[in-house]
Every structure is written in C-alpha cells, then in structure tokens.
Design a binder for this molecule. Sequence first.
Ligand SMILES: [Zn+2]
Length: 552
Amino acid sequence: MLNVVVAAALASTLAAPRPDTLRYEMAFARDDSARRVVDVRLRLRVAASGRSVVELPHAWAGHSDLEKQISNLEIVGDRSVTVSDGDSAFARSITGRPGAPVEVRYRLRQDWSGAVRRPEYFRAIIGDPYVLLVGQSSLARPRYGDGDSVVVDFAWKNAPRSWRIETSFGGGSAQRARTTIGELLEGVFVAGEFRAYSAPAYGRSIRMLVTGRWGFSDSALVAGTRTIVERERAFWRDRAARQLLVVTVPSSGGIGGTAYTNGLVMYADTTSQLPAFMRLLAHETFHQWNGHTIRTAGPEGGMKWLSEGFTEYFADRFARDAGLLSAEGYLEKVNENIRHYYTSPVRNATREDLNRRYWSDPDMNRYPYYQGYLIAGFVDRELRRATQGRFTVDSLLFLLYRGVRGTNRLVDDALFVSAAPQAARSALRDSIASFVVEGRTVPVVADSFGGCTVVRTSEMYPFDLGFDANASTRSRVVSGVRAGSSADSAGIKDGMRLRGWSWFNGDPTRSASIRVIEGDSIRTIAWLPRGNASFTVPQIESRPECSPSRPS
Ligand SMILES: [Zn+2]
C-alpha cells in the first residue's frame, strides 16, 4: 500500500508541464470471416518514473467485460522496455527507460450481434454501415487521473471512400487536440455512411450525422436541434462552446441518448416522434455543461440528483420554451415526474442506498432523475422566496458552472450550496441533506413549477408488470411472475412462450398485453400493469383565470 502512495507522489512531482502525446492509429480492416474490425495502434512513451501502466477497456455503462472485444494484444518497445501483467487482467505494467517509445497494438471487434439496442450499444459498434466507438469502450490508455492533460492524435486508415468520419475532436482522417484523459474516455468516434448537416447555433456550429429512415424529415431534425442547442448555449452564455457533434442512429426499443465529449448520440427507434426525440436531445445537450463541465464527486449514484434530475427539469423547460411542449403539456411532464417519484418503490432511499444499488437495481437507477427534478422545482421556489425573486435555480446553476469551469473541481453538496447567496445557503444545505442524504420525500407545493397553479392529491398505483419483463422479452419465455401480482391474477405463468407483447412503460393506467403460444393457437392476455398498494400523489393543476404574468 505504502509503495503505491510513494509512486503516485513521485509521479506527480516529476510530471512535466508538457502533457504526454497519445498517438492512436485506427485502421479499418476485415478479419478471417470477413467481418469488419478496427486495428488499433497506440504510441506513447514510458513515464519519467520509468514505469507506466496501460489499461484496456474494462468496465463502463453497466458492462464489466469490455476487454473481451480485444484480441491480438501486443505491447512492444525499445530494448529497455519490459512488459508484465498489471494489477488486473486488463492492465499491463511497462518498465523501461524514461521516454522510451512504446506501441500497444490490438484488434477491436464488435462482440455482440443483432439489432442495435441498449445496453449492447455501449460496447463497440463495428459494422458495415458504420462504426461507433467511445473512448471508454474501445481505447487502451495509460493510467492517469481523469483531469490529467494529454495531447491526442488520431489517424484513421483504410476507411471506405464514401464514409464520413466525425469525432469529439474534429472530423476527417486526422485529429489532434489537447484534452484530458477524462474527455478522451468520454470521447465519441463515428465513421460510416451518414447524411451530414451543419448548422450555426449561438456562434458555433453543430455537426449532424444521420442514418436510417425516420418518421420525421432530416430538415425537421436539423431545425429542432438547432433551436435547442442555441437556447441552451444562450442559457450558459457559452460563446466559446466547441463544435457539437450530434449523431442519430436507429436502435430498437424506444429512445436513448448519451452525452459524450463535445457530442451526443441519439439511439432511437425509427418510429420515434419528433417531440419526444427533441426532448431527450435537450437533455443530452444540457449534459455538455451539467455533466461535462459541472462534474460531480463520486461515488456515481450519490450526485445523480444534480447531474440527471436537474438535467431532466431543464430539458422539459427548454422543450416548452422551444415550442415542443404546450403549457399544459409541460405541466403533464411535471406531473409525470411527480407520479414516478411518489410511487417509486425506492422513494425514501438514502444516498448510501443509492450509491450501493445505482447500477444493479433499475428502480434505483431511475430514482435520482425524478428526485432531482422535484428538488430543482423546490429549490427554485425557496431561492425566489429568500431573494424576492432575484435569484433562481437558473442563477444557481449558472454560478456553479462559472465557478468550476476551467478547474478540476468536482461538485459535491457543499460546493453546490456555496453557489447560492449567503442568505439562502443554510436552508439550501438543509434541503439537500434532508432529501438526498436522508432520503426524505420532496414536497410538492404550488408555484414550484411556475405560477398560477394549485396542488391536489389523488391515490395512484405504481407501474408494475408483475413479471420479469427484461428477461422474458429477451428469451421469449415468461419468467419471474410474482405471486399475487397483477400478472399472476391475470393468469400469466412462468414458462409461457411469448409471441408478442405491448405496454406503455411507466403508465399503470393503460392496459398491458402479451400474446402466448399454446399448441397451434395464440392467446392474448391483457391486464392492468399496476402494483397492489396505492400512494397519495400530489399533482399540479393550472388555475383558470390566472395568468403567470399577473399572479394573483
Ligand atoms: Zn442524462
């Protein structure tokens, strides 16, 4: 243990002000069975300490075996260089003369098949229409801290002539950028047959790549993206924002989006409707600031109320302000969040619970999205009241951003609170401690989400299919039916063979159905997918004859 500490201290004192250069050569090729692969060569130098550790992709976005995508790993250097096993199966230790050149070579392949879908799409996508890689999933790299500066140099070889290449660090067959290890790992690299567009937004361009046939036109997609990005850049007053890359690829099962360094990828069902698509795009774009500039302190689950919940809150506001949601549609989104939060089976989870189960429990994974949404509304009202309307949750987030931009500071509760005016800090501190640390329920009060509203409560049931939908739809055999659940009462049994299924995820008021194969016939079973216990849920309604500009 002591050795490790001493080595780390030495490394930091010897670190030169000039950052290391990492040269990646990415060559498209085919393997023996004619499947597309990427042959990667990383050139770097042995650290000044005479010892470097190279890490392979391993754990990210719920996957913990990303090293399996890698074959033919070779690490070579000059005579002084020796390579040995690292402290894990996906790390190699390199010793040699300080500054000695080292080359890490490996072949990267897509190790899953079938439709592009979550969570598989977080692994490397290497196919014939396109290649989509993320630093975390695909790049070997020296073991540095996330905030450590590096120069990265990419060269893309043997791409088919018709392909476009765009990355977090620029387009074309070569890029060079000064960045950090964190930004490199969150970088996205795309090559393939795409329709490409670019549009200006608040002084800097957006670059868009689209593939697949959608229910909306490319021009509607480009116009909507431009409106959202322009509004968000204006919110952050970010004229220095770098070019943003927006990639849209078809996937199965709803709409997903992920924010990367200077870019985002929308993975969506081609039947997606434009408003829902744009609302998620607003969410992912907002992460360029709340997520990538405002970075939160670990462990990962414990600050998601800010990075995800606040992002949800603002995405709905941007969608409303851009005309994608009506005033009533906006209140419906707010109410939907309140319903999810109040009927969540993990509503009073503490921060410790969340840290422990964020990735392993789907309810826990969604929980901070709803919780943070409500906290944003609650905090907005509290700040307005404490400052006679001069300071809002918008001001708070903006000052937080200004405070951490260009630094390596990670935001925790204390730093968040310190962005508020002195007079509002202690109440804000108490709110965060109560809701986030202790898991107390966030109250919903009138005027938390705009004026001219009242709060009414009603009894509601949580959404609960009553069986293991993920496992069942994957294997096409029903499993995990819980005794006494709504599915159980409807006569659904483990082992039934599935021909089809349909339900509105998250909505307990609309009927769910499955079609099961019984001998030569197919039977449809329908039921209401709700849990047994009801909850008292507040809902916001607009007050007639009241306009928010003239609150009464
Ligand atoms: Zn998000």
